[in-house]
Design a protein around this ligand. Structure first.
Ligand SMILES: Cc1ncc(COP(=O)(O)O)c(C=O)c1O
Length: 413
């Protein structure tokens, strides 16, 4: 009898961004030069002082298991950061460290969801949320938030989505894929609804917190409204701000009971996050933050380049994101056009395939993020790649026969 795969894993969709990366790697292995805009991680190397701290930590013997909750030094550095950046005072005992924000999102849902519990997920969403919820027995309740609301959930949409089974609202601000950030007024309006529904907790995924432009500041409901602070959870990590994706350090701020439950899960699964990655993260948080500002300044220039480059292409509309390193252009005007060899571009997925084949440009489809008709491009790529990529997209799009010409021609026949 061969080994059989469980129903729950059979139902699980592979991560769309990881699948896209595999496709790019395969094409590159065949010698095709690809302009890659799929990257969900900084293209910078980890700053030297952080690497030096890891090395020193290894040399001094930090090569053993740590406590499952994370080292006291790292949790204190996170508590200090929360005070400094977010105006949140929590003891280190309410902080839990794991192998990335993704593991914490997974473990928090695992620790709190029972079969049929609903989690409200505004779309477009980070690709992993619905699958993490389903895998843990929950029901993702997707609420489409289009460009009309700046890709954000409004109080009316939230009110309409809440049922007696709702356990969580998860908000990713700044957002992957749109870069949208909820303002104080927008948060307060959502908090007004949450106050009426005490069974609903709110998880904020703030992993892109520091990558923000033109003075935009990340705000956490935990800091904004003490009345709901005990049902707020913050998930954050080192991956994006410090270019530390491979070090796998994320953290969460949780109420004490939830900390205990997550630590129990960690103790029975991965034991702890890597010891010297934790030392490196401690050094990163306690050091001068100039390295973050330097990277953000570079992302800022790329943001201008990619937004201008895309907006110069007829049929593509791109708003400048407030934060993160993604743009989410509207390509609905290009749908129903045809390629030079007569293939119909019916969906954003078709356009993604066409651009990969024709322009050798890799990007993500909006459908994977829960909002068809859009594309996601990461600008964690050099300005040279952005210039070459937008030029290649422009040339490929110029070859499409537009939908309106098609209907006029077809009507004439
Ligand atoms: C919105 C969002 N949350 C969480 C993560 C995962 O972060 P980590 O590397 O800390 O697991 C990502 C990574 O792409 C992300 O985009």
């Amino acid at each position: 009898m061969p080994i059989t795969i469980s129903q729950k894993v059979r139902k699980l969709r592979p991560s769309a961004s990881i699948a896209a990366k595999q496709k790019v790697d395969e094409l590159r292995a065949q010698g095709v030069e690809i302009l890659d805009f799929c990257l969900g991680e900084p293209d910078f190397d980890t700053p030297d002082h952080i690497i030096a701290a890891a090395y020193q930590s290894m040399r001094s013997g930090d090569t053993h298991y740590t406590g499952s909750q994370g080292t006291p030094a790292l949790r204190q550095a996170i508590a200090d950061k929360l005070k400094r950046d977010n105006d949140i005072s929590v003891p280190a005992s309410q902080i839990v460290v794991a192998n990335g924000a993704k593991q914490l999102i997974f473990d928090i849902f695992s620790a709190t969801l029972d079969a049929g519990d609903e989690v409200i997920i505004p779309a477009p969403y980070w690709v992993s949320y619905p699958d993490i919820v389903s895998l843990n027995g929950g029901e993702p309740k997707i609420v489409a938030c289009g460009p009309e609301t700046g890709f954000k959930l409004t109080p009316d949409m939230l009110e309409a989505a809440i049922t007696s089974k709702t356990r969580w609202l998860i908000i990713n601000s700044p957002s992957n894929p749109t870069g949208a950030v909820y303002s104080r007024a927008e948060w307060m309006a959502l908090i007004g609804v949450l106050k009426k529904h005490p069974q609903v907790a709110v998880m904020t995924d703030e992993i892109y917190e520091h990558i923000a432009f033109e003075g935009v500041k990340n705000l956490s409901p935990m800091a904004l409204e003490p009345a709901i602070a005990d049902r707020c959870v913050i998930v954050n990590g080192m991956s994006k701000a410090y270019a530390m994706t491979g070090w796998r350090i994320g953290y969460a701020v949780c109420p004490p009971e939830l900390v205990k439950a997550v630590v129990k899960l960690l103790g029975q699964s991965t034991t702890c996050a890597c010891s010297f990655s934790q030392s490196a993260a401690t050094a990163a948080l306690n050091a001068d933050q100039a390295c973050v500002d330097e990277m953000v300044a570079i992302y800022g220039k790329r943001r201008t380049a990619i937004v201008n480059g895309l907006n110069a292409i007829p049929g593509i509309r791109c708003t400048a994101p407030d934060a993160a390193f993604y743009v989410f252009p509207d390509i609905r005007a290009l749908l129903n056009s045809k390629t030079a060899d007569g293939k119909l571009i019916a969906t954003d997925l078709d356009l993604v395939s066409y651009l990969l084949e024709e322009a050798h440009v890799a990007l993500m489809d909006g459908t994977s993020y829960g909002l068809p008709g859009f594309l996601r491009l990461s600008f964690a790529a050099s300005e040279a790649v952005i210039a070459a990529g937008t030029d290649a997209i422009s040339k490929a799009v110029a070859k499409l026969q537009p939908a309106d010409t098609l209907s006029t021609n077809e009507a004439a026949q």
